[in-house]
Design a protein around this ligand. Structure first.
Ligand code: NAD
Ligand code: ZN
Length: 352
């Protein structure tokens, strides 16, 4: 076969491309020829800081978790796929045995093996093996890029499900990075009537408009909290019923609580500082529900349906494309923000 060029993070700011042996699939796994792998904010965080919370890069780690590939070889128990199938790869494989797994919330499984969350390797390589039941076959008309984008889209779908988004929901999304944008896309697809998104960076709001946001709010550094709440209320002509927080910024968490309608729901997707100050009594006395969001569980099939049916278009999120050989440049773009990146996509298969 081929080489297996692989992107490995050794330590902070030490990302290398190396040839590794092509792995053999275990009985319940498939060997995949990797195609598209998107760069996520967390990948950049590991590159620049070497850790996210308690997850610390102590050993060299293969990067990448937003991915699609083509099945090359089957483990002996695999019946759901065949060689040549194009698949989206759900990157977290849970134990399937604990209470959380049995209860359907496998994203909370303490033993989940999640690509490129240390100490687990990711899939930014030419070849990679993965549990066959966490690979989703793509219909012919769904591209490999879209397959890789099912990962962030699933976060948006999960956030909207956690927030009980439904017909007529009015939604404030804070932060127009890839996660805020997929939340807008999912919310519109799930029937929200008005979705308005905030950011401090104009180009991200421009993209938000093009992917279907009903309105955008540019946040200025010296906007007072009161002024922000008024901006939101006036943009909605009232208070939104749901807030989806996708920046991690304390000011956005506070704004979400203060701006949401009494009895409404806030979901916290953004992961910022481990402790923040929030107006909790305000939330209590107005019965504002505050919920966490961690990745996704059973959301890939829905995200795939949304894309395959043509109900949503996620391709516009991709602003930059690189080959696997250009991984260091790709990370440089994602890291520096030069050229106004949103989603940077790496193409791993040879000749593409
Ligand atoms: P990102 O950094 O690309 O996007 C964050 C956006 O928020 C940026 O565009 C930034 O300009 C904007 N922002 C920052 N401060 C702001 C403010 N005060 N007001 C308005 N906008 C502001 O990141 P992303 O990849 O889109 O991810 C968003 C967040 O979600 C991150 O914190 C990430 O760690 C988190 N995340 C959580 C999960 C989960 O499962 N909970 C999954 C993926 C990502
Ligand atoms: Zn489990």
């Amino acid at each position: 076969m081929d080489d297996n060029l692989t992107a490995i993070l050794y330590k902070v700011n030490d990302l290398r491309l190396e040839n590794r042996p092509i792995p053999e699939p275990k009985d319940d796994e498939v060997l995949l020829e990797m195609h598209c792998v998107g760069i996520c904010g967390s990948d950049v965080h590991y590159l620049v800081r070497g850790a996210i919370g308690d997850f610390v890069v102590k050993e060299p780690m293969i990067m990448g978790h937003e991915a699609s590939g083509v099945v090359k070889k089957l483990g002996k128990n695999v019946t759901n796929l065949k060689p040549g199938d194009r698949v989206a790869i759900e990157p977290g494989v849970p134990c399937r045995k604990c209470d959380f797994c049995k209860g359907g919330k496998y994203n909370l499984c303490p033993d989940i093996i999640f690509c490129a969350t240390p100490p687990c390797h990711g899939n930014l390589a030419r070849y990679y093996t993965h549990a066959a039941d966490f690979c989703f076959k793509l219909p012919d008309h769904v591209s490999m890029e879209e397959g890789a984008l099912l990962e962030p889209l699933s976060v948006g779908v999960h956030a909207c499900r956690q927030a009980n988004v439904t017909l007529g929901s009015t939604i404030l999304v804070t932060g127009a990075g890839p996660i805020g944008l997929v939340s807008v896309i999912a919310a519109k697809a799930m029937g929200a009537s008005k979705v308005i998104i905030t950011d401090m960076v104009p180009y991200r709001l421009e993209l938000a408009k093009s992917i279907g946001a009903d309105g955008v709010l540019l946040i200025e550094k010296n906007d007072s909290e009161k002024a922000l709440v008024e901006k939101v209320t006036s943009a909605f002509g009232g208070s939104p019923t749901v807030c989806i927080e996708c920046s991690g910024a304390e000011s956005c968490i506070r704004l979400s609580i203060l701006a949401v309608k009494s009895g409404g729901t806030i979901v916290l997707v953004g992961l910022g500082p481990p402790e923040v100050k929030v107006p909790l009594v305000n939330a209590c006395t107005r019965e504002v529900e505050i919920k966490g969001v961690f990745r996704y569980a059973n959301d890939y099939p829905l995200a795939l349906e949304l894309v395959a049916s043509g109900k949503v278009d996620v391709k516009k999120l991709i602003t930059h494309n690189y080959k696997l050989e250009e991984t260091l440049q790709a990370y440089e773009t994602a890291k520096t923000g030069q050229g106004n990146p949103v989603k940077v996509m790496i193409h791993c298969n040879k000749g593409k």
